[in-house]
Ligand binder design. Structure first.
Ligand code: SF4
Length: 350
């Protein structure tokens, strides 16, 4: 199975750029606000991007969330330009759902190891070999891969959608994250054939070192994103999407948390639960490569400076082939309809 060698990926430390401080920073932010207004643009940011971008999104009428809610917010917001601070598949999803809107990203080179590790030609051949299976792809894929799928899911809704398909007797072809796929397979008991992809950030978390850290902090609750290896997920008190992890820090009766996901999420967790202690799950230890050290190199490419450049020049505009976009929209809308119905049902039951 295809996999891009890990050494081909950038190191976070090599792509991070210092942002201006003090008066220069204030002027930069003021200029961005002006341009957002002048261009009828709204800023939607992922939990993993730098604190300053998250703060600016919220204070300028935009939004900070996981990829499911980013897609939903961008789709429902009336602005004619969406600025997506995140990685490329998020910008593409926004464009697919809103072909009439202009979608800009601070950095077009910001991609994802899951997307890179699932090229359309090999993926289509894999699907062709298994025509009896329903194709379910994670959001972290290209528009072309989504266009080959029956369903798109995010980590917030993957288990519910797969359980729904299992109940209909469907067998599933899952791509691209093998750790998330294995977790969903175990949770649902569905018949799932998995693509061999991984997130380079979550794959660095180490089970043995986590055990040692838990011994040092016996009262800490462990939160893990299901893109992490099984040895990490098995030790978690809460396994879930980034939004689920944020809620857990806010709502759980604990004051210490070990967090196995990108450390960019600490910004939102601190905002919602300022008195609680957050500890990074270990990425070092035996066989560690620590290319990311719990911060995605592609998410780290987003910055205030890059955002200003995108607004001033129009660079970073996302284009999706209209034919591919129209086909890719089907599995995305299926997911959005499913989660919308589920929300209504939960509200009705309550
Ligand atoms: S954190 Fe992992 S899954 Fe998320 S964008 Fe980076 S490489 Fe992709």
């Amino acid at each position: 199975m295809y996999a891009t060698p890990v050494n081909d990926y950038p190191r976070t430390a090599d792509v991070e750029r210092p942002e201006p401080a003090g008066a220069e920073r204030a002027a930069l932010e003021a200029r961005i606000r002006e341009l957002l207004k002048a261009q009828d643009a709204v800023l939607v940011a992922h939990y993993y991007v730098e604190d300053a971008l998250q703060a600016l999104a919220e204070s300028s009428g935009g939004y900070v969330s996981d990829s499911l809610d980013m897609a939903r917010f961008g789709h429902e917001h009336p602005a004619s330009t969406l600025i997506v601070a995140g990685v490329r598949f998020m910008g593409e999803t926004a464009k697919i759902l809103n072909p009439e809107k202009r979608v800009l990203m601070p950095e077009l080179e910001a991609t994802c190891s899951l997307d890179l590790g699932c090229p359309i030609d090999r993926f289509a051949a894999f699907c062709d070999q298994h025509p009896d299976r329903t194709v379910v792809v994670y959001a972290n894929t290209s528009a072309a891969v989504k266009a080959r799928a029956d369903w798109m899911v995010t980590s917030s809704c993957a288990a519910d959608i797969v359980a729904h398909l299992r109940d209909q007797g469907q067998k599933i072809l899952w791509a691209p994250d093998k750790h998330l796929g294995a977790y969903i397979k175990e949770q649902t008991g569905a018949d799932m054939l998995l693509w061999d992809g991984a997130c380079i950030v979550h794959e660095e978390f180490k089970g043995a070192e986590l055990e040692a850290l838990r011994r040092e902090h016996p009262r800490a609750k462990v939160l893990a994103h299901p893109e992490s290896p099984a040895s990490v997920v098995a030790q978690a008190d809460v396994v879930g999407s980034t939004s689920r992890m944020v809620q857990a820090v806010r709502d759980m009766d604990a004051d210490e948390f070990i967090v196995a996901t990108d450390r960019g999420i600490f910004h939102k967790m601190r905002q919602l639960a300022p008195g609680k202690r957050l500890i990074e799950a270990p990425t070092a230890g035996k066989s560690a490569t620590c290319r990311s050290c719990a911060h995605c190199p592609w998410m780290a490419m987003n910055s205030l400076t890059a955002l200003l450049h995108a607004l001033e020049t129009g660079a970073g505009e996302i284009h999706v082939d209209p034919v591919i976009g129209a086909r890719a929209r089907i599995p995305i809308e299926r997911m959005l309809d499913f989660t919308r119905r589920q929300k209504l049902q939960t509200a009705g039951d309550a």
